[in-house]
Write a protein that binds this ligand. Structure first.
Ligand code: MGP
Length: 374
């Protein structure tokens, strides 16, 4: 497939002084000014370089000191500055993901925790081969009464059936889907991009919520091994079958279990594409990960960290990204864990310019390596 990839290139940042790598980091640091935060302070102390949480706190304190200075200088006759300042931060927390600054590294403030964050984007385009395939195969639209999956397609799901080659290019070779899979499977152009990107660093992956196998198939093409898990035995059967259609079944180990009680497998990476709460997820302007995701998002994160600290989540485009700061922060606080890499990349995954989903890459799974990410 021919994809136009606009994601940030990997930024390798060295701890040592001098040399071109150091220069890269200096350039990056100089560029980082969001929420009046000077990330430069990260380098101010060698101690902080190894303790990201402390670093984040110090940056916040630094920011508050700066703000207090500013407030004192511009004190108005009336009005509660603290409230105004709060309001400004709350306003920012409500921003749709596409309105955050791209590529900058900044401190994302949740209600209770903060996390160093970078927003990136990738814009994928279906290949010419895909369009050609679709043109020649669409003629029998709505007439294909022999399609065994049609029984699962109610009128409101017709748009997904119309996009069946977008979901699986080999759809006509016998792909099987149930109702839920129609609206939750990751389209092939996206799952292939994700698998390619992640296989640059990792070889064995757990697809924790494999469903009908959209991601599993692509992981199996690029990884040495995939453990594909789903709580629903019907999905496991679909995944088994669809992996055979793509001729990748030999690299896939299937398990049928709740993700939360799965026996921890030995993997390099945990990939999590959980149920988002049905196809109507976008109709809720206040969509919350805490309410929308099943099982509970904090339980998912806890379990994922038991398995690996390399975690990737596939989430709705209308998430409130600041919730992620709390979700990761609460985990470390609640389970008294020492955070190694309080850094996340939030990737807008677009197809022909429109965001389809958001990928969250935690720590080393992200493209950026800060000095303390070692
Ligand atoms: P969509 O919003 O239903 O489609 O889902 P689209 O084409 O963006 O709708 P439009 O009419 O608004 O343009 C977009 C993609 O999100 C789907 O193709 C799936 O890959 C993914 N997706 C949707 N849902 C409801 C889920 C889900 O519950 N779980 C997971 N993991 N992915 C989902």
């Amino acid at each position: 497939m021919q994809n136009t990839v606009k994601a940030a290139k990997p930024v390798e940042i060295s701890k040592g002084s001098g040399g071109s790598k150091q220069q890269t980091f200096d350039n990056l640091v100089n560029d980082v000014r969001v929420l009046n935060v000077e990330i430069k302070i990260l380098l101010a102390s060698q101690n902080l370089v190894h303790r990201p949480i402390v670093a984040a706190k110090v940056i916040e304190e630094h920011k508050m000191q700066e703000e207090t200075k500013e407030q004192q200088q511009q004190k108005p006759a009336e009005g509660n500055l603290e409230e105004e300042d709060e309001g400004e931060l709350k306003g920012l927390a409500k921003l749709p993901v596409e309105q955050y600054p791209l590529k900058k590294i900044f401190i994302l403030k949740g209600k209770r925790h903060s996390i160093l964050t970078q927003i990136t984007e990738v814009n994928l385009r279906p290949s010419d081969a895909f369009y050609k395939w679709q043109r020649t195969h669409k003629k029998d639209e709505n007439l294909n009464l022999t399609d065994p999956n049609l029984g699962e397609v109610t009128p409101e799901l017709a748009k997904y059936h119309n996009s069946r080659y977008f979901l699986f290019l080999k759809y006509d070779e016998g792909i099987k889907l149930d109702r839920e899979s129609w609206y939750s499977v990751t389209p092939e152009i996206i799952s292939e991009y994700q698998a390619k990107r992640l296989s640059e660093k990792y070889q064995v992956v757990l697809d924790g919520f494999c469903g009908a196998g959209g991601n599993t198939i692509q992981f199996a093409k690029y990884f040495q091994k995939v453990i594909a898990n789903d709580i629903d035995s019907v999905k496991s059967e679909l995944c088994d079958h669809n992996c055979k259609v793509y001729n990748v079944r030999d690299r896939v180990e299937l398990t049928t279990s709740s993700f939360l009680t799965l026996q921890n497998p030995k993997v390099d990476l945990v990939y999590i594409a959980p149920p988002w709460g049905g196809p109507e997820y976008t109709s809720n302007p206040n969509y919350s990960l805490y309410e929308g995701i099943t099982p509970a998002i904090d339980e998912i994160i806890k379990k994922a960290f038991e398995i690996s600290e390399n975690i990737v989540l596939s989430l709705p485009r209308n998430i409130n990204v600041t919730e992620m700061a709390d979700i990761f922060g609460d985990y470390f606080e609640k389970y008294n864990q020492k955070p190694q890499r309080m850094f996340m990349e939030v990737e807008q995954v677009k197809v022909k310019g429109k965001i389809k989903l958001i990928s969250i890459y935690y720590g080393n799974a992200s493209h950026v390596t800060l000095p303390f990410n070692q």
